[in-house]
Design a protein around this ligand. Structure first.
Ligand SMILES: [Zn+2]
Length: 317
């Protein structure tokens, strides 16, 4: 134990005092259908946080933003974030984070709270990748055109190709069109949409459980998980401002952080985040935070279901 502590201390002293890193997680658990590899097991999350703590100081996102705004040193720090508000983060992740005394922020797409319980990509993945059988041909009802995709029976590759193509095609659509495509595919493949409990998002009560723990923070993530760069300025502004208002109505505190869905942002979206009172907004650009970084386009590293050594290597800890 003493040797381990001394070794950790040595690592910390020898670690380069370089820029902060912000980590992006989504889910904690082992969902059977997770083609985008959004989930990390609780065991690997614990290993990753321990590896991180041995080398860096984990701080809340708000703390980092405030220190940077005041020109105070932030080198050697790390921030943990979770996108989308999956319930498994509360049930499987929070116990690990609490035990390791690790602060974290969850970004909520507020239109989904208490309404739709599964994200569109989970519904789509289960339909195309986990349905026992698929029709020989499926129709994708994109706005203004219907696209037909032939499915080779018994071919996992054919299903994966269809899943990839449809995901790319619907991601930039406005939410009503995106959801209509998914509903239509659900009708063709299974006779209707089926949401499942293991892929669900947090209820308002669960969000408060997360928020009440003190070191666990809530940030906004638009209303409809929109690709902001596909929207006109007024719609960008509404997506951001309304999601901030919904977070504030839930927790009683106005959020100061925001995550751009899919990392998509442009100068108008950045401006809309600023006017909604956001002081720290994160993207999905994989690198450390530079001293000159704009506070509303902070880069962030994706984290996969990696064990400690792999994690440390991939993030160059
Ligand atoms: Zn998201």
């Amino acid at each position: 134990m003493i040797v381990q502590r001394a070794s950790n201390l040595l690592k910390r002293l020898l670690a380069p005092r370089d820029g902060p890193i912000i980590l992006m997680y989504h889910r904690v658990g082992a969902p059977p259908c997770d083609p985008a590899q959004l989930a990390v097991t609780a065991d690997n999350l614990a290993q990753q946080i321990e590896a991180l703590k041995a080398r860096r100081t984990i701080v809340p996102l708000g703390w980092l933003a405030e220190r940077r705004a005041r020109g105070l040193p932030v080198d050697g720090t790390a921030v943990i974030t979770f996108d989308d508000g999956y319930a498994d983060v509360l049930h499987n992740g929070l116990p690990v984070l609490a035990r390791l005394d690790c602060p974290a922020t969850i970004f909520l797409a507020t239109g989904t709270i208490g309404t739709v319980t599964n994200m569109w990509w989970d519904v789509l993945a289960r339909l195309l990748l986990a349905s026992e059988t698929l029709p020989a041909e499926i129709e994708v009802a994109l706005p203004g055109r219907r696209h037909r995709i032939a499915i080779e029976q018994g071919s996992a590759r054919s299903r994966a190709r269809a899943y990839g193509w449809i995901s790319e095609a619907v991601r930039p659509l406005v939410s009503a069109a995106r959801d209509a495509v998914v509903e239509d595919l659900a009708r063709q493949i299974r006779g209707g949409r089926e949401d499942i409990s293991s892929d669900r998002l947090m209820t308002p009560e669960e969000i408060l459980q997360w928020h009440r723990k003190g070191m666990f923070d809530i940030g906004a993530h638009t209303v409809s998980h929109a690709s902001l760069t596909a929207l006109p300025a007024a719609a960008q502004h509404a997506e951001i401002a309304e999601s901030c208002r919904a977070c504030a109505a839930l927790t009683g505190e106005a959020p100061t952080s925001f995550a751009y869905p899919y990392g998509h942002h442009d100068p108008r979206a950045v401006h809309a985040a600023a006017s909604a009172g956001i002081s720290a907004a994160v993207t999905t650009e994989k690198r450390k935070v530079r001293a000159s970084e704009h506070p509303l386009t902070l880069p962030r590293y994706y984290v996969g279901n990696w064990q400690a050594d792999d994690f440390a290597m991939r993030l160059s800890l």
